[in-house]
Ligand binder design. Structure first.
Ligand code: AHG
Ligand code: MN
Ligand code: MN
Length: 335
C-alpha cells in the first residue's frame, strides 16, 4: 500500500512480501541501484560545470561514440552491484560481453542478473537535456553454484522480475515495477532520499502526443508513414502534438504521464531499428504493460520476443493502448 511521504527504502521493505522468491536479495539489489543512481545523478548535475562532457574517445559495440558520462555511469552501476556482491552477472549496453560476478565466500550463489543501459540519451548531455538509466532484472535460469551463462541474459521480457528507469530531469526520479504496478519516486537532493511521488502510474488509454524521429520519415515502413499521416490529420481529436526529446527515458516518462505513443521503427538504414531489445525495449515494455500501456515491434508483443544476442535491436512502438493498437493496425494493413 502506497503511503504519503513514504521513502523508497521504506517502500521496498514494505512491498518485499509481494514478491514470491528471494525477496531479500531483490530488495538489496534495488537498494544498490538506488544508491548508484544518486551517485550518477550527482555527476550528471555538474556535467556543465566540469570538463566531463564530450566523447571519451572510445566507441561502444554499436559503433557509437561514447560520452565520458556513459563510461562513468557504466562504472558506477557495475561497481556498486559488484562491491555488494548482489548479482551473479551484469550485461551493459556499454560492454561487449556480459560480466560474471563471483562471491568470495559462496561461489556464484546469487540468483539475479541485471541488464542495464547506464546512460540513455547521452547525446543530450552536452545540451543540458534530460538523460536516464534503464535496468532490467531476471532470475538466472542456470543453477546457482556455476558461473552465469549467456542464456541467463537472453530471456524473454515476460520473465523479468523487475525493471525500471531513472530520469535525470528537472527533478530526478526513479520509476520501477516488480510486476505489481509502476511507482515513481522523486529524489530530494538536499536529503538524498527518494519519496513516493507518483504511486501506481498509469498510461491514459488514449493520448494526444506522438514521438518519433521524423527526420527518418522517408525511410520508414509504409505502415508507419501512414500512421504518422493519421496522427497529423485534422479529425475530431487530431492532429496530435509531436514531441521528441531523443532520450527514450524522457520521451517514455512524458508519454506515460500525459498519454502518447513513442515509435522507433525500422528504416532502410537500420533494418531492426536502433533501440536494443534487452537494455531498452524489454524493460520499457514491462513498465508499459504494468502501467496499462502496450509495447510492440509493430506486430508482436515486445515481452514475447526471444533474444538471440545481447546487443540485439528491435523496432519499438510503445504507449497508450488505443494509440499503439491503431499503429499496429496500420502496420498490418500496409505490410
Ligand atoms: P543511448 O544514448 O543509450 O545510445 O540511447 C539513445 C537512444 C534513445 O535514448 C533515443 O530515444 C534514441 O536513441 C534517439 O535516436 P535518434 O537520435 O536516432 O532519434
Ligand atoms: Mn539508450
Ligand atoms: Mn546508453
Amino acid at each position: 500500500m502506497a503511503k504519503k511521504n513514504q521513502t523508497l527504502g521504506e517502500f521496498i521493505i514494505e512491498n518485499q512480501s509481494d514478491f514470491q522468491y528471494s525477496s531479500g536479495e531483490l530488495s538489496r539489489l534495488l537498494n544498490s541501484i538506488r544508491l548508484a543512481a544518486k551517485v550518477v545523478n550527482h555527476e550528471v548535475n555538474k556535467a556543465g560545470l566540469v570538463d566531463i562532457t564530450g566523447a571519451a574517445g572510445d566507441t561502444n559495440i554499436q559503433g557509437e561514440d561514447q560520452q565520458k558520462l556513459d563510461v562513468y555511469a557504466n562504472d558506477v552501476f557495475i561497481q556498486t552491484m559488484t562491491d555488494r556482491n548482489i548479482v551473479c552477472g551484469i550485461a551493459s549496453e556499454e560492454e561487449d560481453d556480459f560480466i560474471t560476478i563471483n562471491s568470495q565466500d559462496e561461489l556464484h550463489q546469487n540468483k539475479y542478473v541485471v541488464l542495464i543501459d547506464p546512460l540513455d540519451g547521452s547525446s543530450n548531455i552536452d545540451v543540458n537535456v534530460s538523460v536516464g538509466t534503464i535496468f532490467s532484472i531476471f532470475r538466472r535460469v542456470t543453477p546457482v553454484g556455476i558461473p552465469v551463462e549467456l542464456k541467463d541474459f537472453l530471456q524473454t521480457g515476460d520473465k523479468q522480475v523487475a525493471a525500471g528507469y531513472v530520469v535525470y530531469g528537472t527533478s530526478t526520479m526513479l520509476v520501477y515495477t516488480t510486476g505489481n504496478g509502476v511507482n515513481g519516486f522523486t529524489l530530494n537532493p538536499a536529503l538524498g532520499s527518494w519519496y513516493l511521488s507518483h504511486p501506481n502510474m498509469q498510461y491514459p488509454e488514449d493520448g494526444q502526443i506522438y514521438s518519433v524521429n521524423e527526420g527518418n520519415y522517408l525511410d520508414f515502413p509504409e505502415g508507419i508513414k501512414k500512421y504518422i499521416k493519421y496522427c497529423q490529420a485534422e479529425e475530431e481529436n487530431r492532429p496530435y502534438t509531436s514531441r521528441y526529446i531523443g532520450s527514450l527515458v524522457s520521451d517514455f516518462h512524458r508519454n506515460m504521464i500525459k498519454g502518447g505513443i513513442y515509435m522507433y521503427p525500422k528504416s532502410t538504414k537500420s533494418p531492426n531499428g536502433k533501440l536494443r531489445l534487452l537494455y531498452e525495449c524489454s524493460p520499457m515494455a514491462f513498465l508499459a504493460e504494468q502501467a496499462n500501456g502496450v509495447a510492440s515491434d509493430g506486430y508482436n508483443r515486445i515481452m514475447e520476443i526471444t533474444p538471440t544476442e545481447l546487443h540485439q535491436r528491435v523496432p519499438f512502438i510503445c504507449g497508450s493502448k488505443n494509440m499503439v493498437e491503431k499503429a499496429e493496425e496500420f502496420m498490418r494493413k500496409f505490410k
